[in-house]
Design a protein around this ligand. Structure first.
Ligand code: SAM
Length: 248
């Protein structure tokens, strides 16, 4: 079973988040355990302060290292941060981290424990990034007010990859990014809606033709919206020449 431990100054943020759909089912089925912890539980001062002013001056406050080290060490059972490597993936959510993607989600889904540290204010004392965490991860090139929303994104993307989490074992295999491309378009009934028809090939029942149409549609989607992904995907010669001829 994969265990998530989320460290935040707003643990209540998560109280309803994991009560729905696939994540709720995965928890109920014993595939994953998700705990949200209050960073203030590891403070040792009367005011339970977790932040302080930045050395060198400047705006805002910075999360202090002591409660974060104590929290991670107690949640992982490590006596010291240096022992952590083999026990758990410890992730600092940060706009300065490497950008989260499906490959990283697959990698993290294979861990036994994932600790997610949510920053706030101006960020987190740099010694946390340098000496406590195994991964610094961003969910995109924008700045959030806190790491909680980013932690929720990671949990959702990782849980749906756990064996048995999805209704059909093959569902995750055909999704966007699983083969380096975006997904192909999906349609359901009715076959005609406001004058727009579902592509005829999908109504015909010829599986080889349907597969070929889906592959082409996925390539077309990817070329239009994420050409950067195409550059990293292995394509057949036929697909390359089809894409060269393709005009939107
Ligand atoms: C206001 S941000 C700090 C921004 C920091 N001063 C900077 O410019 O890089 C507060 C916290 O939100 C979280 N955060 C903000 N943007 C994020 C992103 N794109 N991905 C992951 N976490 C993010 C981090 O935990 C961060 O410590």
């Amino acid at each position: 079973m994969l265990r998530f431990d989320i460290i935040s100054i707003f643990p209540d943020y998560f109280s309803a988040l994991f009560e729905f759909g696939i994540v709720r089912r995965a928890r109920a089925g014993g595939l994953v355990e998700i705990n949200a912890h209050d960073l203030r539980d590891w403070t040792q001062n009367n005011h339970r302060a977790v932040d302080d002013r930045p050395f060198g001056g400047g705006d805002g406050m910075v999360l202090k290292p002591e409660p974060l080290f104590a929290a991670v060490e107690s949640l992982t059972g490590a006596q010291q941060a240096s022992e952590l490597k083999d026990r758990a993936r410890v992730v600092l959510l940060s706009p300065q981290g490497r950008v989260f993607n499906q490959k990283l989600a697959v990698e993290l889904s294979q861990a036994e424990q994932v600790v997610l540290i949510c920053g706030r204010y101006e960020g987190v004392d740099e010694r946390v990034a340098e000496h406590l965490v195994s991964d610094e991860i961003s969910i995109g090139d924008y700045v959030l007010s806190g790491g909680e929303a980013a932690a929720a994104v990671l949990v959702d993307a990782i849980v749906r990859l756990l064996p048995g989490a999805l209704g059909s074992e093959t569902s995750a295999v055909n999704e966007s990014f699983s083969e380096g491309l975006l997904d192909y378009p999906h349609y359901t009934r009715p076959p005609e809606f406001r004058g727009r028809r579902v592509p005829e090939v999908l109504l015909g029942g010829n599986h080889a033709e349907i597969e070929a149409w889906r592959r082409r549609a996925a390539l077309k989607n990817t070329k239009r919206n994420r050409p950067d992904l195409l550059a990293r995907t292995v394509l057949s010669e036929a697909e390359k020449s089809w894409l060269d001829d393709e005009h939107d």
